[in-house]
Design a protein around this ligand. Structure first.
Ligand SMILES: [Zn+2]
Length: 377
């Protein structure tokens, strides 16, 4: 059987940073902490700094990841890394800081500009990256991918390579207890999309199937609880584990048509990644209900759905997390319809739809984009 590709060190427990001395100092003497302005001034950051101080590791905080990462943010991060004389990176926050830390490391190790690597494997050795998520969803801590927006072309670039897989992943649900409901929902629905897409992917393996099934079971039970009551430790813990496992799933079995079509919506209309997935999830999965029939039936059994309608289960989860329609979110109908040609071409160019259990064309993507705009969950 094929072995799973995972980070060298994975620690998934409460207070993981504090309880595992040497976990950070093994990677170098000065860290570039890549984060956003909110986490950069939080209690979570104080916890990280205390651990680094205790291990005699110097650090420079680069807290300029202000949204989903762009080529310009990465260029600033590279300059900060070099100017501060760092020798490893810590991505600390949601998926954006983690993806950014991986992209900065890629350029430090490989040279050039981030846009040079679109469609190529990033393979040269890079400085170690420690990934510490503070939200439960993107799974970036366990993947060999990073998504960076090319601002000159308005495209979310999917960059990949074994060099991008973090050396260490530290998953501590206590870091995510303060995440607001809308963030909990969007990131949790991203994790659900990862698990389901990896499960129906042509690249699915018995190893990723097992992890995906566990992740789906946890998310269906605990995401609505974590969304309604962020202080529910049991729900936060289950979601952190599910997001990590779903990240391992997509690292090994890939995503499919939902992620392929979601990235262009994010790039053109600035919708957070998890939310644009959720807006497409039910429409795209309905479209695959015949080809993925046995997979959905298996997931229905796993979550105890007596109606044997897993697409309806996903719709209920989206509804319980108050996923808006595209119109309700503020995406202008005319602008959206005018963008469908470019979005469909970009979706196909990403390669993700090719992993789905049926063949997709640009025309299929256009049809699904139209249907998803009017989809009321
Ligand atoms: Zn995702």
């Amino acid at each position: 059987m094929k072995a799973l590709s995972v980070p060298e060190n994975i620690i998934c427990e409460a207070n993981a940073m504090e309880n595992n001395p040497g976990l950070l100092s093994q990677h170098g003497r000065k860290a570039l902490i890549v984060t956003g302005p909110h986490v950069g001034h939080s209690v979570m950051m104080e916890r990280l700094k205390n651990v680094l101080d205790g291990e005699n590791v110097e650090y420079y905080v680069f807290d300029r990841i202000t949204g989903e990462p762009t080529d310009n943010m990465i260029a600033d991060g590279i300059a900060a890394y070099r100017n501060a004389g760092c020798d490893f990176l810590i991505g600390f926050g949601g998926g954006s800081p983690l993806d950014s830390a991986k992209a900065v490391a890629a350029i430090i190790g490989n040279g050039g500009q981030i846009a040079d690597y679109m469609g190529k494997e990033i393979s040269n050795p890079v400085p170690p990256v420690v990934a510490i998520p503070t939200t439960a969803g993107t799974g970036s801590e366990a993947t060999r991918f990073t998504i960076i927006t090319d601002t000159s072309k308005g495209v979310k670039m999917l960059l990949k390579g074994d060099a991008l897989l973090p050396r260490t992943a530290i998953v501590d649900y206590t870091l995510g207890m303060d995440a607001p409901g809308n963030v909990t929902a969007a990131t949790g629905l991203d994790a659900l999309t990862h698990a389901v897409e990896a499960y129906i992917s042509r690249k699915a393996t018995p190893e990723t199937d097992r992890l995906a099934e566990d992740a789906v079971r946890r998310i269906v039970k605990y995401l609505p609880l974590a969304y309604r009551d962020g202080s529910n430790c049991e729900a936060r813990k289950a979601m952190a584990r599910a997001a990590l496992d779903a990240g391992i799933c997509i690292n090994n079995s890939s995503v499919t048509v939902v992620h392929g079509m979601s990235r262009p919506i994010g790039a053109m209309f600035h919708v957070p990644h998890g939310l644009s997935n959720a807006m497409l999830l039910v429409t795209c999965m309905k479209d695959l209900s015949r080809e993925a029939e046995s997979r959905f039936a298996a997931l229905s059994r796993i979550v105890g759905d007596e109606d044997n309608d897993f697409v309806a289960v996903m719709a209920r989860i989206c509804k319980s997390c108050n996923v808006p329609t595209m119109e309700g979110y503020g995406i202008d109908r005319l602008q959206y319809m005018a963008a469908i040609g470019k979005m469909s071409a970009d979706a196909m160019a990403s390669g993700s739809p090719a992993n789905a259990p049926k063949a997709y064309t640009e025309e299929d993507c256009r049809r699904l984009y139209v249907a998803a705009y009017d989809c009321v969950i």
